[in-house]
Write a protein that binds this ligand. Structure first.
Ligand code: A3P
Length: 290
């Protein structure tokens, strides 16, 4: 493995192996009962994966713990070098109903998901915490491009030049498309504030009813501390040549407002001014502290 360069796919920077195998991803055949979990990287994907997984097994932790979350819920666009099967190849062998993870912006999601009216859970996280989390991730993930100095990284985030493209376009487009598709839009900050409330929203969306004690168990099992210690969710099964968790753990802090420890006052002000221009009129509002 090495740090892959980015290559544009329909104007979106994606990692080279993904761009080079774009055909099979674009032509992926979704099934009507597929559930897609979509996020901009570092918005709380793994957290939502674990929540959905536990809901679907009615909170039966034993049943859910057969394999790590990232194996139970394949990543649509992953393209590891052979002999590792690509996400598309893995998914062909997954029995229905499948849960699939993606970071693709709305316009790159394979058309078959929309044609089949698949359910989509979108998790969004405020831009400042999202970029800080991504910065640490790019240091530990040895397949992503070298993040370089923070100052430049922040500028690349604002310019939409990081892998999977612009955060602004990503969150706004899914937000706007809620009206046309079966999309449940969930905020990371809301999940932190009241996990039980947000898990109930997910249960309603999936049309699953569970007794209160099972819901409570799912809240416990998906807390940051438990997930950080759980080998099924903390990515410790991924070789350190890919995820070097001595550089930064995958389950790093799990907080709202950590950006304050990384943005200078000047950076925060410049970011806010740019943010306001980009987000004006979208009707989409994030909290940067709770
Ligand atoms: P931090 O780097 O801010 O700690 P993703 O799964 O999309 O890659 O997102 C990872 C981010 O979600 C990391 O953020 C991680 O700590 C956080 N996270 C994962 N599980 C969490 C949980 N149960 N509660 C709160 N945050 C969680």
């Amino acid at each position: 493995f090495h740090r892959f360069p980015l290559q544009l796919v329909h104007g979106i920077p994606l990692m080279e192996p993904i761009a080079q195998q774009w055909g099979p991803i674009e032509n992926f055949q979704a099934r009507p009962d597929d559930l897609l979990i979509s996020t901009y990287p570092k918005a709380g994907t793994t957290w939502m994966q674990e929540i959905v997984d536990l809901i679907l097994v009615q909170g039966d932790v034993e049943k859910a713990c057969r394999a790590p979350t990232h194996i139970r819920i394949p990543f649509l666009e992953i393209c590891s070098p052979p002999p590792v099967p690509s996400g598309v190849q893995q998914l062909a062998n997954v029995p229905s109903p499948r849960v699939i993870k993606t970071h693709l912006p709305f316009q790159l999601v394979p058309k078959s998901f929309w044609e089949n009216r698949c359910k989509v859970i979108y998790v969004a996280r405020n831009a400042k915490d999202n970029v800080v989390s991504y910065y640490f991730f790019d240091q530990m993930n040895k397949t992503q491009p070298e993040p370089g100095p923070w100052e430049l990284y922040l500028q690349m985030f604002m310019d939409g030049k990081l892998a999977w493209g612009s955060w602004y376009d990503h969150v706004c487009r899914y937000w706007a498309e809620r009206a046309n598709h079966c999309i449940l839009y969930v905020f990371y900050e809301d999940m932190k504030e009241d996990p039980a409330r947000e898990i109930r929203r997910v249960m309603d969306f999936l049309e699953v009813e569970l007794p209160p004690q099972v819901l409570e168990k799912i809240v416990q099992q998906t807390s940051f501390q438990i997930m950080k210690e759980n080998p099924m969710t903390n990515y410790s099964s991924v070789p350190s040549t890919i995820f070097d968790q001595t550089v930064s753990p995958f389950m790093r802090k799990g907080q709202v407002g950590d950006w304050k420890n990384h943005f200078t006052v000047a950076q925060s002000e410049a970011f806010d001014a740019h943010y306001q221009r980009r987000m004006e009129g979208t009707g989409l509002h994030f909290r940067t502290q709770i």
